[in-house]
Design a protein around this ligand. Structure first.
Ligand code: FEO
Length: 395
């Protein structure tokens, strides 16, 4: 994609990756973009770069605006390789006078690239860089989602270059939120939060509070992935506030895997019991990727887990899901368990242990059955669903 001037003297120069399908365990079925921004004042500054494979495309975009040798500074908001991978090539070409980042970011870049000859210029919280006609203020965003993360605020233009924050993994030719269908946009933003920021929600809360107290105005939120928010930036800001608080809806996600269909039958009965005033999502792990499941979990009040047993343990897809979910630390959930077994009746115990580790409030005794559920067992599953529904709705 060609570069685009998003405001006077401020250009989006990043690249679209139409083919990315996995981002270390996150299913990016619609690709992504690696956004980078070029800002021209009396000095010219490049904010972040792109994944190493796309260095050539980034440079081509920059050359449509300016001879790269005339870029004065590079700001690194985030050291992760999808934004820093092209740095060695870009620095070699541009030979910037300053590589501007925090001490923590310098340490991270050194641990990646081992280049103490780079012209590091260390900035701190609140520092202001005057580039002639534009001033840039830096704010820490530690643990959103790496310890060295920062954001850059273009004060005159009221643009926040926010690194990963407010991003989406979605490859599009459109660049702005108002150019795409909002349902898909918010789904992708929700998925991004659930899969990347959920475990650092306390840091997100602190970050939002910090910037809100400064009464900064934001005309544009420009993340390093996906669409740029210009129509109503406060809307995605509010969403982040809600997700960071762990706010939930009357919604239950049933996550299950089944060996011979018994656990699937039980899941259907649990869902039937939940019916009435509760949004129900039934996620068969054979068909639903872990990163789409966790997207549903983000705003759900209840998570109900079902598995068959195999070799004395949970089915591999459920073990994978639990490993992923534990890392993402969903909060404020109630939980329940069910499943089938062959000769060792431990399925509910194993699932409850996982939910206890995640501090879920467990509802009911759980339901298990040997091999295939009979009508009595399916009725117990129905009752388990009703019990969870009552807890969700506080009736
Ligand atoms: Fe898009 Fe944390 O990198």
């Amino acid at each position: 994609m060609k570069p685009l001037e998003i405001k006077n003297g401020i250009y989006s120069v990043g690249v679209v990756d139409w083919n990315l399908r996995d981002f270390h365990g996150y299913s990016t079925e619609k690709g992504t973009s690696f956004n980078a921004f070029l800002v021209k004042g009396e000095k010219t500054v490049l904010f972040d770069t792109v994944k190493a494979d796309f260095a050539g495309q980034l440079i081509k975009n920059i050359k449509e605006i300016i001879d790269p040798i005339n870029i004065d500074y590079i700001v690194v908001n985030h050291a992760e390789m999808d934004h820093s991978g092209a740095l060695p090539v870009v620095i070699e070409l541009i030979k910037p006078k300053k590589l501007i980042c925090t001490k923590a970011c310098k340490d991270a870049l050194m641990a990646h690239f081992h280049r103490d000859d780079w012209p590091f210029e260390i900035i701190k919280e609140g520092d202001i860089l005057d580039i002639g006609g534009k001033t840039i203020q830096f704010f820490g965003s530690a643990m959103i989602h790496w310890p060295e993360s920062t954001v850059s605020y273009l004060r005159e233009d009221k643009i926040l270059i926010s690194n990963d924050i407010f991003g989406q993994h979605w490859a599009t030719s459109e660049r702005f939120d108002d150019e795409v269908e909002p349902g898909e946009l918010y789904y992708q933003a929700t998925k991004y939060y659930a899969n990347i920021f959920m475990p650092t929600s306390p840091a997100v809360r602190k970050f939002l509070d910090k910037l809100s107290k400064l009464n900064l105005q934001f005309d544009i939120l420009a993340p390093d992935h996906g669409l740029i928010w210009r129509k109503n930036p406060s809307e995605i800001w509010k969403k982040y506030g809600s997700w960071a608080e762990g706010e939930t809806k009357p919604k239950a996600v049933i996550i299950y895997d089944t060996m011979w269909g018994s656990t699937a039958k039980m899941a259907a009965s649990v869902a039937r019991g939940l019916s009435g005033g509760v949004v129900i999502k039934l996620c068969d792990l054979k068909n639903t990727h872990r990163s789409n499941v966790i997207t549903e979990v983000l705003d759900a009040k209840a998570v109900i887990l079902g598995s068959s047993l195999m070799n004395g343990g949970l089915l591999p897809r459920m073990a994978d899901m639990l490993c992923y979910m534990k890392g993402l630390r969903p909060s404020h959930k109630i939980g329940a368990a069910f499943g089938s077994y062959g000769w060792s009746n431990t399925v509910v115990k194993l699932l409850n242990e996982a939910m206890e580790e995640m501090k879920f409030q467990i509802i009911g005794e759980g339901v298990s059955t040997q091999y295939v559920p009979d009508e009595g067992t399916l009725n117990q599953c129905l009752q388990l669903g009703e019990q969870v529904r009552e807890s969700i709705l506080n009736v």
